[in-house]
Design a protein around this ligand. Sequence first.
Ligand code: CP3
Length: 346
Amino acid sequence: MSEDAVHDSAFLRACRREPVPYTPVWFMRQAGRSLPEYRKVREGIPMLESCTRPELVTEITLQPVRRHGVDAAIFFSDIVVPLKAIGVDLDIKPGIGPVVAEPFRTRADLARLRDLTPEDVPYVTEAVRLLTAELGGTPLIGFAGAPFTLASYLIEGGPSRSYERTKAMIYGDPQLWADLVERLARITSAFLKVQIEAGASAVQLFDSWAGALAPADYRRYVLPASASVFASVAEYGVPRIHFGVGTGELLGLLGEAGADVVGVDWRVPLDEAARRVGPGKALQGNLDPAVLFAPREAVRAKTDEVLAAARGLEGHVFNLGHGVMPATDPDALTHLVEYVHERTAR
Ligand code: CP3
């Protein structure tokens, strides 16, 4: 029963570019610090540890579905979870992000990246199973970090503004770089497969920081590894979403890598994004998450702009142009879901 309901959900229909009763909505980072109920259940539990507790993961993943009535859940985890699971010494520092104890700099560091097996992440399989049982007709999105974004954390040792060490490896030792992203692609593929096999009905590949690269370099140094990730999950037939920030110049390539849905940040209007992506792909986006700090009337006006630009699209999944900011008023998100549903009801 619920399998059919999931298959016919507005979210999956929009991803497949089929007619929908209303435009589906979900938010990147919908689970997290913007919700008081999240802060409560996370109290005293470090981020990475919380990702290994299936009941907690289930509760946190369900919180925004219950509160906002979003059209999809996104699995609560982090892009660095598979790296931690194969033994890379890293942590997520509050207010900072992933920090790697010994950054990757030389060929010898490749030995620290073995393949991931389902046995490395039993808590992921269990949490996805619990979730798909609880979610009923609401689809669950699995996700992983793309090779470039993961490599940037490993090489820089943490968040970065300019990716100078990453670029030093790309341009200075392209063979080492190619070997590194090839290993990361295998790990990412395995992590996505675990989630799909346990019941996730779509996947999103986050190449959050790929916008740091010029298109020619993205095509040469990054696209092949990300394309191998998309190809490796093609057989499951679940929609594959590809997203990065500041990727206006890369939108066509994000699609070319093998995505069914291209995520767009707020810098490019969706009609222009559709021209850049070309036919045969759905788009996801793209309200500026900072707009949610403006008065409700302004949020509605900016939302209308997004919906107007999306009018002629083959498939549209409404989202923010990047993740929900922690200080966002949760009520503003709930109203946004209602507003998009109301304005797009057909
Ligand atoms: O609701 C969801 O979107 C699902 C959960 C999710 C998290 N991280 C939980 C999380 C997802 C999809 C991610 C992906 C992720 N993690 C990305 C790609 C998405 C993007 O934002 O571009 C990236 C780059 C990371 C790495 C990372 N992890 C960062 C930059 C941070 C923020 C650090 C901070 O404290 O501001 C994290 C930590 C993290 N991941 C939090 C959450 C809810 C906050 C930690 C906390 O609540 O203590």
